[in-house]
Design a protein around this ligand. Structure first.
Ligand code: SF4
Length: 339
């Protein structure tokens, strides 16, 4: 009988889950992961939404990314930073679909130009004044000083992925280091941001490196973790990489839920192409949220489909940072299932 200690499972148990057959996983692990999610969050789930506010022309060489200048065959749209008014328009659209958090994402190593940072500050102020959504940004590697300006504009969340396990990172990115990624996350944490930090699975890492990555994320201890599954982009070095089965995806979500029972886990990019028939089980596997609408350079399912799914599951959308955040240890109203 599989046991989950109070503080979550460790690497050995994670390895055991990754080695399980489909039947063992469904019988022993999925119910535990669902219960862990319900203990921490009841029947509440969060939806975030993003706008790709600046696309393409990036000098970095992340192998999964079609926005890198290094991969000439890749076809991400190319445009400079949107105006603050345009970003606000996108935020209002996301709110009308039910998103509770809105993240502004830009391509590039970081916000190098002062003018760009001014636009971001303006956009964040406008979104705070005109919507009920929480604001978040994902602007690459950032200094403490620049993050502080965003903080002073009222932004409370910062997103920065560390992409993959430390030992696998040099296979994926050579233009900057894993440590630089972690430094940005630390800067944001030290300034008091709610930090969202995760990465991408299915980029060729071994199962052992999946375990390594999950426990490195646990050590970094962000407030929420986005889980992405590689959706291979034409023209990038990972264009032909199709490593994940739908069961692998469910196992990754469940291991993360059981390793970090109180953590907000968002299933984001690549869920449609990788989870396929199991996509509707992501909340049972332990996800406490997902992304609504389109991703950075790929299309998501329609927001209506996702909203219908949570209604069918008896789940209720809430803002990610107003939730119980782990305080609720008692098992809340059990979520109704579609039957
Ligand atoms: S992930 Fe970000 S930093 Fe890396 S190539 Fe893409 S846009 Fe540039």
């Amino acid at each position: 009988m599989f046991q989950v200690p109070q503080g979550g499972i460790g690497p050995e148990a994670a390895r055991e889950i990754f080695a399980m057959s489909e039947a063992e996983f469904f019988e022993q692990i999925l119910p535990l992961a669902k219960t862990a999610r319900e203990r921490a969050f009841g029947n509440e789930v969060s939806f975030c939404s993003i706008v790709n506010a600046k696309s393409g022309a990036c000098v970095e060489d992340c192998s999964f990314c079609s926005q890198s200048n290094s991969y000439k065959g890749a076809q991400a749209p190319l445009y400079p930073l949107m105006s603050a008014e345009k970003i606000l328009e996108k935020a209002k659209e996301a709110e009308s679909f039910g998103a509770t958090e809105f993240s502004i994402v830009t391509s590039g190593r970081g916000m190098s130009k002062e003018k760009e940072l001014d636009t971001m500050v303006d956009a964040i102020t406008k979104i705070r004044e005109s919507t009920q959504m929480e604001t978040c940004a994902s602007l690459g590697l950032m200094s403490r000083e620049d993050l502080l300006r965003l903080k002073q504009a009222g932004m409370i969340n910062y997103h920065h992925n560390i992409e993959t396990a430390r030992s696998y990172f040099p296979n994926i990115v050579t233009s900057h280091s894993w440590e630089e990624e972690v430094d940005t996350v630390k800067n944001a944490k030290e300034l008091g941001f709610q930090v969202c930090c995760g990465g991408i699975f299915g980029m060729g890492e071994s199962v052992e490196q999946r375990v390594e990555f999950i426990f490195q994320l646990r050590d970094i201890n962000p407030d929420s973790i986005p889980i992405n599954f590689l959706n291979p982009r034409p023209g990038t070095p990972l264009a032909e990489k199709h490593d994940l089965t739908p069961l692998d995806c469910l196992k990754i979500i469940a291991v993360m839920r059981l390793a970090m029972p109180q953590k907000e886990l968002f299933v984001c990019g690549g869920r449609e192409v990788n989870m396929r028939q199991y996509q509707e089980l992501m909340f049972d596997a332990g996800a406490s949220g997902t992304m609504l609408g389109n991703y950075l350079t790929t299309q998501g399912r329609s927001p209506e489909q996702d909203l219908q799914l949570i209604r069918d599951l008896g789940l209720v959308p809430v803002s990610p940072h107003r939730k119980a955040k782990g305080a609720a240890h008692e098992l809340a109203e059990p979520a109704k299932t579609a039957g």
